[in-house]
Design a protein around this ligand. Sequence first.
Ligand code: ATP
Ligand code: FE
Ligand code: MG
Length: 342
Amino acid sequence: QLILAIETSCDETAMAVIKNGREILSNVVASQIESHKRFGGVVPEIASRHHIEQITVVLEETLKQANITMEDVDAIAVTEGPGLVGALLIGVSAAKALAFAHQKPLIGIHHIAGHIYANRLIKEFEFPLLSLVVSGGHTELILMNEHGQFDVIGETRDDAAGEAYDKVAKTLKLPYPGGPQIDRLAQDGEEVFQFTRALINEDTYDFSFSGLKTAVMNTLHNAEQREEEISPEDMAASFQASVVDVLVTKTYRAVKEFGVKQLMVAGGVAANQGLRRALDKKFAEEDVEVLIPPLHLCTDNAAMIGAAASIAYEEGHRAELDLNANPSLRLEKYMKRSVRKS
Ligand code: ATP
Ligand code: FE
Ligand code: MG
């Protein structure tokens, strides 16, 4: 079974060929970071234009690297949401055009289902499993009892973890994207500032990061007023300590409560070294398998979309040619509920 997967939900034009759901034959990512850097964030119109320019080049490269032609492909999968509507539309339109021209089945995939299924490229799933999704737009704890069934047990009430990283980085005048920059600085800093851990002891799996972001800004602002120097390394380390503590504490509680066999971390912030180390330490003595994908499978890519689509394909889910981009697509029971059976 060969799936050609397409992902254009944000600022990466990505395509991949996945064999039998778990083997990557090719995985091409054309990043636009350089074009967005000078604006300090992703500019939707620029993202769409780049996707249009890149998509056929990326397709050719993806097929070439996998050493296959369109005729070899069993199905075409595409991220239908959530994300930037103009960016999603380029991928969805390309997928529909290819499906129509080559008479191949079409499968729509939820971007976060993709982030979770990146882990299946590393290891076969064992249920029940818990996913900690930490990305630019999402911070969620998701429980799965079977393939394609997603139970969101907690989510952020305001900023996503990656969003908080990027905003704090901006305040520290670090280049975009700020997550990796803060991560790097934090390695050389100390937790000099004791920031609050929002909702950490409350009876909820929800998160909140906007208060922390404001606390960082206030601390920097006050120091500036008093003409005091603040070490960016210490600020990064203090901010990261709060984020990581909250993520690890809540995840641990959920692992215990639901007795999960596997814990998987997904999304761009899963690349964070501080988070990886803290999770390894916390779960070293626990009877749960902790999976964290390699860095290039944590950030946006199409291999993860192909991995998720493989299961949907096996279960007979097909989209029609009226498939549309949905910028605010919900994840819950996504593959089970919202995709038509053929
Ligand atoms: P979503 O998946 O929610 O739609 P997205 O696709 O923009 O959002 P990803 O590409 O999964 O998000 O992740 C990007 C985010 O990950 C950015 O906010 C970036 O700063 C953050 N990030 C990447 N590497 C690190 C790191 N080492 N430490 C912390 N954050 C990081
Ligand atoms: Fe993403
Ligand atoms: Mg991205």
